[in-house]
Design a protein around this ligand. Structure first.
Ligand SMILES: Cc1cc2nc3c(=O)[nH]c(=O)nc-3n(C[C@H](O)[C@H](O)[C@H](O)COP(=O)(O)OP(=O)(O)OC[C@H]3O[C@@H](n4cnc5c(N)ncnc54)[C@H](O)[C@@H]3O)c2cc1C
Length: 479
């Protein structure tokens, strides 16, 4: 059932699992637990259909790079999926593995661990395929790719698109009809009541000041990549902070358009350019190229663009491309992998929000040195396509400072409660459990230790479905 805390709130509620936050992570873990017969209380700070007063608690202070704290997330049922664009792709296999030139270790498990969960996530995100290789798209796709040999260090990959699923709207009836779910909207998680290494209860509050205590055997924080950290930092003894990592290693994907390219007009890299398939092809570096060159796992996208005066007319008359129809002007875009820097972090401001919690202070650290390996990667790619006679590339931005000055962001908040194989490198273990609490779990992209270039939501949903199985198993063992 769904009820509105503003119209009445019991003083106490009990459940097997208490989940805070009803975005994709919270909704999927709640419904997956309910399907397994577990009783869930799902606490959502926003309302049913639109942001209410509580949206303002997302505001905060900044230092470092500018960042839209308020505009990059939504506080109502379905969370930020009420605005997301629906781009989905699993992380590349290499993203799970340690890279010696990255400052912090990678995932505590390999790519095979998430494979079955990605299939579940595709279903939740309403995507009808789990294939992300160009081979799976058939011969036409193959013919219309830039013919770069794998030996150049580049390979083609596929993004797919969710409708996009608005998780609140799409799964509202399921939440409403589930006998195992008690979803309270307009109710905000504010405090954990703890003893030894366990959480006993959650205190939750409405913006009008009513309060409720929720007792459960397990607790899950699924409030988004910034709020998970802010909530933990607001607790008297900050759970998971044994290694001073709560809030640190904040990352977002960043992008820019480093060049333009003239090539065949028949390329199929643009979204929807392959008939009948809502996919987008991109190019990305192989694991060995990233490792050997101390580069990043970025992706290169091509978008059809109109001819412009940047290229001299003789380019259009060139016979370089073996008589193929010319006229293929493309804008080149890159989405880049940020590294987990400890100094890129969420701390607390001295100002309090309407619920009495200290607001976010975000210091997004994305130094100019991050752009040098990205530029080096772009140069490797332009050399490869030019040498192979596949295209002529014009660089629009040639230096790290120039790239740094023209950064676009992904609105993906990642890394602030990172998973790790050993406690000294993370906030949570491989199940998402706070290393120093027996029954407190995290869900969402705050768990991501390394992030590649893939948009995060498919991985968030895969992890949430996996978490539900884990929690259900633990509840079984208590019985
Ligand atoms: C414009 C835009 C476009 C995007 N496009 C894409 C895309 O194409 N592909 C992609 O993969 N990702 C995209 N994203 C990111 C995507 O929206 C997020 O990855 C996803 O929504 C995160 O899910 P979540 O459940 O972890 O967090 P959220 O969706 O942020 O949900 C968190 C929920 O917790 C609630 N909450 C917060 N604090 C509390 C509290 N104290 N008590 C109770 N409830 C609380 C919030 O109200 C919210 O409902 C985009 C984001 C934006 C802004």
């Amino acid at each position: 059932m769904i009820r509105d805390a503003l119209t009445g709130l019991p003083a106490e509620i009990e459940a097997d699992v208490c989940i805070c936050g009803a975005g994709p992570a919270g909704i999927v873990s709640a419904l997956e637990l309910a399907r397994r017969g577990r009783r869930v209380v799902l606490v959502e700070g926003g309302g049913l259909d639109a942001p209410g007063d509580a949206q303002s608690v997302y505001d905060g202070e900044l230092s470092g790079r500018p960042y839209p704290l308020l505009g990059s997330r939504l506080r109502w049922l379905g969370g930020t999926s009420n605005h997301w664009g629906g781009w989905v792709k699993p992380l590349d296999d290499q993203d799970f593995r340690d890279k010696p030139h990255y400052p912090m270790p990678a995932w505590p498990f390999g790519p095979e661990e998430l494979r079955p969960w990605y299939a579940e996530a595709a279903r939740w995100c309403e995507i009808d395929s789990v294939e992300y290789t160009p081979e799976s798209l058939g011969r036409e796709a193959h013919r219309r790719l830039l013919g770069l040999e794998q030996s150049t260090g580049f390979t083609n990959r596929v993004f797919r698109f969710s409708p996009p699923t608005r998780f609140g709207r799409r799964y509202r009836d399921d939440l409403e009809q589930s006998e195992n779910i008690d979803c309270l909207v307009n109710l905000n998680a504010v405090e954990l009541t703890e003893g030894e290494d366990r959480v006993h209860a959650l205190v939750a509050r409405t913006v009008s000041g009513q309060q409720c205590t929720i007792r459960a055997r397990q607790f899950v924080l699924a409030m988004g990549g910034i709020e998970n950290a802010r909530f933990l930092l607001n607790q008297a003894s900050v759970p998971g902070n044994h290694a001073d990592l709560v809030g640190r290693c904040f990352m977002d994907h960043y992008g820019f358009t480093p060049g333009k390219m003239l090539s065949s007009s028949n390329l199929a890299y643009e979204r929807g350019s392959l008939t009948g398939q809502d996919v987008m092809l991109v190019m990305s570096p192989t694991e060995s190229l990233v490792g050997e060159g101390e580069l990043r796992n970025s992706c290169i996208m091509l978008r059809a663009d109109s001819p412009d005066s940047l290229l001299a007319p003789e380019y259009w008359e060139s016979q370089l491309f073996g008589g193929e129809q010319l006229g293929g002007m493309h804008g080149i875009g890159m989405i880049n992998e940020p590294l987990p820097h400890r100094q890129s972090r969420i701390t607390l401001s001295d100002e309090r929000d309407m619920l009495g919690m200290r607001r976010t202070h975000l210091h997004w650290h994305l130094p100019k040195t991050e752009f040098e390996p990205v530029l080096a990667l772009f140069n490797r790619w332009t050399t490869a396509v030019s040498r192979a006679g596949l295209a002529r590339v014009r660089h629009l931005k040639d230096s790290a400072p120039e790239l740094s000055a023209h950064v676009g962001i992904g609105y993906h908040h990642m890394g602030t409660t990172r998973m790790s194989a050993a406690p000294e490198y993370g906030v949570s273990d491989a199940d998402g459990r706070c290393w120093d609490r027996d029954n407190l779990y995290l869900a969402g992209s705050s768990l991501f230790p390394h992030v590649g270039y893939s948009n995060p939501t498919l991985t968030i949903v895969a992890l949430a479905a996996r978490l539900a199985q884990h929690l259900s198993g633990r509840l079984e063992s208590y019985a």
